[in-house]
Design a protein around this ligand. Structure first.
Ligand code: CTP
Length: 215
């Protein structure tokens, strides 16, 4: 029998919004379901959980502390403020990689809208958070997620990347199920069958517990 001590999880979920003006933004269709499921599963396993959520329409799982954010930079600040004593960081959030170079204070009128939008890169939150003992990322791809997941695992120095092809039926944005592969730094890839996002979440939490107990 293996005993795990309770750990502190930070889980990010949902999309970020990158505003162009108060009423317009760049974003993506993430609903936050996968991240909320990870938060629920980690809490059910007895861990302390902080959930950093982009704009989503989901109820906070019982016993989970939630911090709401809007943009990638807000998410970075929230994770940074929480990360010092965290054991596990699970970044399920679909962070926008770009934001408009300029955010107008009031609504832009049609005539004021530029023909082309100048964008700047957002910070990579996961890459910059080296602190937690266990760091887990996601790779939502359109086709062939394994190679990309392996690349992200290497480049971000992660313990696990959960890859999925968001174009496959039952996977991806807004579904209650997911078909994922678990990719680890040694290059191994484990394909899981289609299952509920909560079942995937339990696998992820169990993986984090194993890595942490390996020391
Ligand atoms: N991520 C992050 N900060 C960003 C972008 C992504 O922390 N600015 C995290 C995501 O939460 C996810 C992982 O990094 O866990 C992979 O995200 P993804 O968008 O798939 O990859 P990118 O690093 O953006 O790479 P690419 O655009 O080349 O696919």
């Amino acid at each position: 029998m293996v005993y795990y001590t309770a750990m502190r999880f930070i889980v990010t979920a949902g999309p970020t919004r990158e505003h162009l003006d108060p009423v317009r933004f760049l974003s993506n269709p993430s609903t936050g379901r996968m991240g909320f499921a990870v938060a629920r599963a980690a809490r059910a396993a007895g861990h302390a959980v902080t959930l950093v959520a982009g704009p989503v329409a989901l109820k906070t799982p019982p016993g989970v502390r939630r911090i709401d954010v809007v943009s990638a930079r807000d998410m970075l600040a929230a994770v940074r403020a929480e990360v010092a004593d965290a054991d596990v960081l699970v970044m399920t959030a679909a962070v926008a990689d770009w934001r408009p170079a300029r955010r107008a204070k009031s609504k832009l009128k049609k005539g004021e809208m530029p023909d082309t939008l100048k964008l700047v890169r957002n910070p990579d939150i996961l890459k910059s958070m080296r602190g937690p003992r266990v760091r887990i990322g996601f790779a939502a791809e359109t086709g062939l997620p394994d190679a990309e997941a392996a690349r992200k695992c290497r480049e971000k120095g992660l313990d696990l990347v959960v890859g999925n092809d968001v174009t496959r039926p039952g996977s991806g944005f807004g579904t209650t199920t997911n078909r994922v592969s678990l990719v680890t730094p040694d290059g191994s890839v484990r394909h899981l069958p289609l299952m509920s996002k909560l079942a995937v979440a339990h696998r992820i939490v169990a993986f984090a517990e194993r890595i942490a107990s390996d020391g």
